[in-house]
Design a protein around this ligand. Structure first.
Ligand SMILES: [Zn+2]
Length: 86
């Protein structure tokens, strides 16, 4: 036989779990803020993913973030390319 106390505790736990799920989803869905324009500098660096071969060029880089970008859950390696002028 289910008592009213058990029912109340079950409902309370359910509400708490529901609230936590909503809070977590909202935190995950929140868009990150705009970067500070003074903490971003121009850059020109190519990176390659060693797992799948994807390459990208970084044109602007944050001065506070010095680690290379990640792809396939691995850090990409910097690719040096001589300037192709003319
Ligand atoms: Zn990759």
């Amino acid at each position: 036989m289910i008592s009213l106390v058990n029912l109340g505790v079950a409902l309370l736990i359910g509400v708490v779990v529901w609230r936590l799920c909503l809070w977590f989803l909202r935190a995950m869905a929140a868009a990150p803020g705009q970067p500070d324009p003074e903490s971003v500098v121009e850059a020109y660096q190519d990176y390659r993913c060693t797992l799948c071969g994807t390459e990208l060029t970084v044109r602007m880089a944050s001065v506070s973030e010095t680690s290379p970008p990640r792809h396939c859950r691995e850090e990409m390696v910097a690719v040096w390319r001589p300037e192709t002028s003319g």
